[in-house]
Ligand binder design. Structure first.
Ligand SMILES: Nc1ncnc2c1ncn2[C@@H]1O[C@H](COP(=O)(O)OP(=O)(O)OP(=O)(O)O)[C@@H](O)[C@H]1O
Ligand SMILES: [Mg+2]
Length: 229
């Protein structure tokens, strides 16, 4: 479903050094599979997800989703790809503060449905994420973890083929984290989504089919007590 082949992205740091953010990463993720990706801060996890979501062009290598080479898409095609295929849960919140929680969650559906229908479609998902009582709250009336879960609902509402989750449980307590992980697990089974789950959360390994680790932009199997816990 998702194929990464020799994917590489280097940056120039302010002092002129080359940062090998993502270095010749090759990986296949099947439909229905969750790959958990651990790695220290700065190891290239977010950069990798941005390359897969066509938010960044690679220096070398390619990203293929369902036979289509993402790295070759134009800006407009890449935007359409993200809107219909990719459930991108970003580390930095994209919450629109002036809009309600439910309208934030329905955001990506508004091109396809009228607002009432779009709201209706995200309500159940928000309930599952423990936001049933928070639908009409605005940004300032929500906690950080609640806003994060609204962004998870937004990403998943489009019924994506590919879920790219960048520390989705980063602001959540263990109970909420489990809810999010269980939801990702269920969607991967029921809707055959392929998921890359970037995380520092030891819990996540239990919900993943495979656990990998990124170090200085290079992928390797995750060897630690976390994986076997
Ligand atoms: N636009 C950029 N220009 C220069 N360097 C960058 C840029 N984006 C990322 N980097 C560098 O690339 C490396 C990987 O960054 P990335 O954000 O992918 O790390 P990460 O694994 O997601 O870290 P964290 O766990 O802290 O989120 C870091 O050293 C970072 O400083
Ligand atoms: Mg990151």
């Amino acid at each position: 479903m998702l194929e990464l082949d020799g994917l590489t992205k280097h940056f120039q740091s302010p002092d002129g050094e080359v940062v090998r953010a993502v270095d010749e990463v090759s990986l296949s993720v099947s439909a229905g599979e969750i790959v958990a990706l651990y790695g220290p801060s700065g190891s290239g996890k977010t950069t990798l997800l941005k390359l897969v979501a066509a938010l960044l062009p690679p220096d070398a290598g390619k990203v293929v989703v369902n036979g289509c080479e993402v790295s070759g898409l134009s800006g407009r095609e890449a935007a359409a790809f993200r809107l219909t295929e990719v459930g991108l849960i970003r580390q930095t919140a994209d919450f629109v503060p002036g809009a309600s929680a439910i309208d934030n969650a329905a955001f990506k559906l508004l091109g396809r449905y009228r607002i009432k229908e779009a709201r209706h479609r995200v309500e159940q998902l928000m309930g599952e994420l423990g936001l049933g009582e928070r639908l009409t709250h605005r940004g300032s009336q929500l906690s950080g973890g609640e806003r994060q879960r609204v962004m998870i609902a937004r990403a998943l509402a489009i019924d994506p083929a590919l879920v790219l989750a960048d520390e989705p449980t980063g602001n959540l307590d263990s109970r909420r984290s489990e809810e999010v992980l269980r939801l990702l697990r269920r969607l991967s089974h029921e809707r055959r989504t392929a998921t890359i789950l970037v995380t520092h959360d030891p819990l996540a390994a239990r919900y993943a089919d495979r656990v990998l680790e990124l170090h200085d932009g290079r992928l390797r199997p995750h060897i630690s007590s976390v994986a076997s816990a």
